[in-house]
Design a binder for this molecule. Structure first.
Ligand code: F6R
Length: 613
């Protein structure tokens, strides 16, 4: 939530920052702003709306500066408005700051400052923190800004990544992080700072991921890292394994569509080097190196949020089926606040696209304190969740920029399937034949997804027909029940149509009351163990005149005939099917959203990376 960018070096800072903010806009897009420092004076420009609105408002303004900071916001304290947009200026006007995170004890600090006569121009916690820093800075002899920041940060609770500039310090950005990400790109005589690597990749591939409780003093040709105890830390330089093309739209109208269509190759990348269909083998170092821990787990607890939680539900069905290990899937946000029972022999699987979701991160810290072993299934390389995990497997889906998760989800399913197969093989809870058959099936997934995508236009026609519905019901059974939840979530997110996902059999226990001739009911009714049962559920909806849209297996004419509209997918083993059945649902949501004129890459109120609780 919120994207931050900073630059110090020989280039013009504004174009670097603006481009960076556009790349980070998925993190928040209700307002944005920049602060540029030139000749001992800081100019702050900010605007409610998207980064394009800021860009337009900057036409004709003096943007000449070689140091600056910029922010794109997802509101936490204070409504989206020009005055609540970042950067904020301190009371004296000497400092400007941007912030990603939440200062939880801001109200108390604000009161203290108000007693001292401070006035606030915004409703934000950021302005409070900035003036708190300034108050310490100006009222303590010989206190440097860096020292004042350290003192202030020791007092605040909550999460932050901040960038701070000072009018009398013409080339320095001071940064600090706790709980919100910060990457520093190292150029030749220049430095770039950002919430993730996407604004940086164009200029340099050498980056430093700043850790919690670290402070960075960044000048064009110097980067000093310190902890809050003022001790220097040697920056650990990592080489980015990412190309610029991966974060651009590549001719697609939206990132979401590009990411849906990338799935044959992202799933292939995820399997590559791990799954050897010829040999019938899966090799995953994170799993193989920790196999004893995994096969001897008393219990697996999966922690995640949103779409990643749905991937966890699919994994629960698969792991219990083939590994015979009890699995619990928990919303990280609930787990972190209750008093869960976590024992030494428990394995936690954390699933996260961004690797920065605050609830998941804190839940993991809690589980770790209780001695659990943490296995991360993460997409963003080097992210906080990847780093806190004891072991893990990346999903290798590449940067996901559309706010609605698509390719990361199928990557998670592919990785979780490989993990389950590896554990089952070592634990001997799967026969050799079944193992080989599933390895082979998994290997065929990219090709089958490609076949589904070829018929995407069929879903556009379905979307056209139902785009004005006010509600949707998504129903599935077994491995496809979590896909019903995911289908409903996708549609809600990017079309603003109310949608609910249910296990098809549960329908009779309540939701069936919603069914009338206006309600589209999406069935995931591929050929599997539950097929006959779900066909009966379809009959029940038909009898009540609901409109049936179904995802079926190719050649299943009986189910097709029961449906008002259907989309056929290639046959697949029921354990593998969720990776395929979700794709038409992604497309359906995409087309409904775009036909309704919604900016599906930036749907209202959402942000890609939820770094606040
Ligand atoms: C929905 C979506 C969210 C995320 C959730 C967790 O399309 O993307 O529900 O899945 O916010 O995010 P990560 O996976 O980054 O932890």
């Amino acid at each position: 939530m919120c994207g931050i960018v900073g630059y110090t070096g020989p280039r013009q800072a504004y174009p670097v920052i603006l481009k960076g903010l556009k790349r980070l806009e998925y993190r928040g897009y209700d307002s944005s702003g920049v602060a540029l420092l030139k000749d001992g004076s800081i100019s702050v420009y900010k605007k409610k709306g998207k980064v394009a609105d800021l860009e337009e408002s900057m036409i004709g303004k003096n943007i000449d500066a070689q140091i600056g900071i910029g922010h794109t916001r997802w509101a936490t304290h204070g409504e989206p408005s020009d005055r609540n947009a970042h950067p904020h200026s301190s009371s004296s006007g000497k400092l400007a700051m941007i912030h990603n995170g939440i200062i939880e004890n801001y109200a108390q600090i604000k009161q203290e400052l108000q007693k001292k006569g401070y006035k606030f121009l915004s409703d934000t916690d950021t302005e409070v923190l900035l003036n708190f820093i300034e108050d310490i800075y100006l009222n303590n002899d010989d206190c440097s800004l860096e020292e004042a920041l350290r003192i202030a940060l020791k007092r605040v609770s909550g999460a932050y990544c901040i960038l701070l500039i000072e009018q009398d310090n013409p080339d320095t950005i001071i940064a600090a992080r706790k709980g919100s990400p910060l990457v520093i790109g190292i150029g030749k005589g220049e430095h770039f700072l950002a919430s993730d690597a996407s604004p940086i990749i164009e200029y340099t591939k050498e980056v430093v991921y700043v850790n919690d409780y670290e402070l960075a003093i960044v000048k064009p040709d110097e980067l000093i890292l310190k902890n809050l105890g003022n001790e220097k830390i040697t920056p650990y330089i990592t080489k980015l394994d990412m190309e610029l093309a991966a974060i651009e739209k590549g001719g697609y109208e939206h990132f979401m569509l590009k990411e849906i269509f990338e799935q044959p190759s992202t799933i292939f990348d995820c399997l590559r080097g791990r799954l050897d269909a010829k040999e019938g083998l899966i090799k995953m170092s994170g799993v193989d190196n920790n196999i004893e821990q995994l096969i001897n787990a008393n219990r697996i607890i999966i922690l995640a949020c949103g779409t990643s939680w749905h991937a966890g539900l699919v994994a629960e069905y698969i792991i219990e089926e083939i590994c015979r290990i009890p699995v619990e899937v928990e919303y990280a946000s609930e787990f972190r606040y209750r008093n869960p029972i976590v024992n030494k022999g428990d394995v936690i699987i954390a699933i996260s696209q961004s690797g920065e979701t605050a609830d998941t991160l804190v839940a993991l810290e809690k589980a770790k304190e209780n001695g659990a072993f943490i296995f991360g299934v993460v997409n963003a390389v080097g992210s906080s969740i990847a780093r806190i995990s004891d072991a893990g497997a990346y999903t290798h889906a590449g940067p996901e920029i559309g706010v609605a998760s698509t390719k990361a989800f199928t990557g998670q399913l592919a990785v979780l399937m490989m993990i389950a197969l590896s554990i089952a093989k070592h634990k001997k809870t799967i026969t050799d034949d079944r193992y080989s058959a599933l390895v082979l099936e998994l290997d065929q997934v990219p090709e089958k997804v490609q076949a589904i995508l070829k018929n995407a236009d069929e879903l556009k026609a379905v979307a056209e027909k139902y785009k004005n519905a006010s509600d949707f019901l998504f129903l599935g059974r077994g491995y496809n029940f979590p896909i019903a939840l995911e289908g409903a979530l996708k549609l809600k997110e990017i079309s603003y149509i109310h949608a609910e996902g249910y296990p098809a059999a549960e329908m009779k226990h309540g939701p069936i009351a919603l069914v009338d001739e206006k309600l589209p009911v999406v069935f995931i009714a591929t050929k599997d163990l539950y097929h006959e049962k779900i066909v009966s559920n379809m009959q029940e909806i038909k009898a009540r005149k609901g409109k049936i849209i179904s995802i079926i297996t190719e050649g299943d004419t009986a189910t097709a005939e029961l449906s008002n509209d259907y989309f056929a997918i290639p046959p697949a083993d029921e354990l593998i099917a969720p990776i395929l059945t979700v794709v038409p649902l992604q497309l359906l949501s995409y087309y409904v959203g775009t036909l309704k004129g919604i900016d599906v890459d930036k749907p209202r109120n959402l942000a890609k990376s939820v770094t606040v609780e």
